[in-house]
Ligand binder design. Sequence first.
Ligand SMILES: Cc1cc2nc3c(=O)[nH]c(=O)nc-3n(C[C@H](O)[C@H](O)[C@H](O)COP(=O)(O)OP(=O)(O)OC[C@H]3O[C@@H](n4cnc5c(N)ncnc54)[C@H](O)[C@@H]3O)c2cc1C
Ligand code: FES
Length: 278
Amino acid sequence: MRTASGKRTKAENIYLPVSGRIEEIRKKTEDVSLFRVSTASPLRYTPGQFFMVSVWGAGEVPISTASLCEDDLFVEFCVRKAGTVTGAIHSLQEGDRLWLRGPYGNGFAVGRRANGDVLLVAGGIGIAPLRPIIQMFAKDGSAGSVTLLYGSKGPQDVVFMDEVQVWRSGGIDVILTVDRANCDWRGSAGLVTDLWHRARVDFSRATAYICGPEIMIKSVMRDLSLFGMPDERIITTLEAHMKCGVGKCGHCYSGPKYICTDGPVFSYKEIKEYSLLG
Ligand SMILES: Cc1cc2nc3c(=O)[nH]c(=O)nc-3n(C[C@H](O)[C@H](O)[C@H](O)COP(=O)(O)OP(=O)(O)OC[C@H]3O[C@@H](n4cnc5c(N)ncnc54)[C@H](O)[C@@H]3O)c2cc1C
Ligand code: FES
């Protein structure tokens, strides 16, 4: 649609963000906070999708949805302070505005109830896009068992430590591990891939959802495939440098895929023959 003067209207321009108000900020670790953002118009998004989030004067970055879309009124972003834009997001206060385009990407094709066992594997800030799936299973259950293997650098870096008990009460077997433990730590120490024996899942019938550093994703996908999990049921979400988020600029192009529009969620079957993982 165009105005009488021939200009494009706001609804037509995919690069125009909408304004969001930060309703709540919860500090999770030294460099990670959870931002609850509301917008004037209703929001519809699914786990695994992302928004392009911007702060005037700083720039725009892709950030995954970290909440379940239950009442269309808000979205939560779990943001690690990594550089310029994420630093600017962290400098905002409750009541301040930021800007959103999206939601973009395909998201996880995860139903309210899974047929078989479910294995979630997260590393560091990679827990953010998996949190809505965890919340979904903690609320509605699954036909099989649900195990979360969650690795962090140290005990102080476990992003959603305050939610672990709720997830466990919802029937999820949460196994925490850290690279460097201290004497107060009650979980495991070591890599998530050292803990396969603790996962109470039938690998051949389970579905895995994975997010974390690329090196972790690579080893987890390879191990699960070797254990007999079908490659189409080993699912991950990938990161890339993004500019447009909508398949126009080519910044996220990798192998034959645009991470922003073909992904960011891919199965091992889709990506193992390409160089999408390092
Ligand atoms: C689909 C998608 C979803 C994401 N979801 C989240 C999320 O939920 N929470 C979160 O904290 N972060 C998320 N990220 C990563 C986030 O977008 C980057 O941390 C952010 O773009 C860094 O921008 P900056 O301006 O703060 O840092 P810069 O100043 O641009 O860079 C700081 C450092 O981060 C590196 N970097 C920049 N962008 C990326 C990137 N996309 N991947 C890896 N390294 C990068 C740079 O090379 C540099 O070393 C996601 C990325 C993608 C592609
Ligand atoms: S970010 Fe522009 S094509 Fe993907």
